[in-house]
Design a protein around this ligand. Sequence first.
Ligand code: HEM
Length: 440
Amino acid sequence: MHFMAALYPDVVDPPAPDGKLGWQALQAIRHHRTPLAALELFHRELGDVFQMGLTGFKATVLVGPAANRFVLVDQRQQFQWRMPGDPITRLLRQGLLVIDGEQHASLRQAMTPAFHKRMLTGYIQAMTRHTDRLTAAWPADHPLDMLDQIRRVSLLILVDTMFGVDFGPDMDRLYPAVLRSLNYIGPGPWLLWPAMPRWGYRRALQQLDDYLFTLIRTRRATGQTGDDVPGLLIEAGLDDDLIRDQLFTLLIAGHDTGTALLAWVMYLLGRHPEVMARAQAEVDTVLGTQPPTAAHLPELVYLEQVINETLRLYPPLHLGLRRPTADLEFQGHWLPAGQRVMYSPYLTHRHPAYWPNPHQFDPDRFSPERRRQYTPYAFVPFGGGPRTCLGAAFARVEAKVILARFLQQFTFTLIQPDVHLHMGVTVEPRPGVLMTIQPH
Ligand code: HEM
């Protein structure tokens, strides 16, 4: 780096918070009950490129459309995803999310047919069926935590559509294990102490492994192929371990993000009853009491706006992690090889240069006329480039179907408006989204 610095004297290290700003960041975290408050403060004070330094964990955060493009598209070959010692890599091993290069490209290709448009009709039916099963069991007289309810329905939908199996009989047994696995990979003290012992996870992770390996062996035994993920991967000649890694990846990536999105949508609808009424009126006009079909979905224009505006304010994946394989320069700052770099959908989506009144919930920003005005890469809830979310279209359809079905049947009242942004694997409303329901 010294050699490079001598060659390029105008390129400097990214600014880092000094003691005073660090202290203010701690206050902000305490006040807002989320580490995202510190990120917002650093961004405001230090600009679009800044360092976060903690012993054992140093990262440069890059914010804004140009930064997103730099990481996701222009310089993508200079960035690796895989961080060998991180819990997510230890859990997902050779899963699509945590591998790079040729192996990533060929696995992605093998899984892509499960996300093809022609699969959507069947998926929509499954999404509707599971949502109806869930709502049929809702008690009329006491409040529900929508975060928990949505996680359950997302898991049922994911396992049914992607793996071709009903998760219902295993839900109660495996639900705590799923939460445990999320806790294992979420941010925590291991960021400061990577080799810290992690007790209390073995049993849960083993339970999920047993479930997935049994599923794979059963599929091999029946010889049934098909367009679901185990079918595709068996046909592509993968061994059981490698298939397990892809299924585990989908189990996590395919349900936790959608859960966070819908939990925030419900929260925001609860905070803005006029938006809920408008979305409900649209659903009534487009669907009446009919279940949604692929032909209906494009007509639910306002619902789409609500989903987009929620993805903007609370992108489930608030940060994307990478590691440069060579020394790079971005907007006059060094990004040394090997040191973590993050692009941030959360900070980009609240950047005042690209979003007027960035903290305000306003679904009309995404009206067909206005959404065209936004800068490319200023809205990146699904990432971008060749590693863009594999399930983005699926997730959008799922969100619309579940919401449409909810709003067709019920009106919701938020009874616990005081939530904070919990920074786990995704940004979640905590302690949850407590709502009462009334028949619509
Ligand atoms: C609202 C829901 C979702 C959001 C916001 C979301 C967001 C993202 C983002 C931002 C990335 C890129 C991460 C990066 O750049 O490092 C990603 C990757 C990925 N997502 Fe999603 N996702 C969602 C739903 C889903 C669903 C439903 C599935 C599968 C059924 C899925 C499967 C994946 C996979 C496999 C990858 C890795 C792709 C690769 O590296 O090639 N996601 N997602």
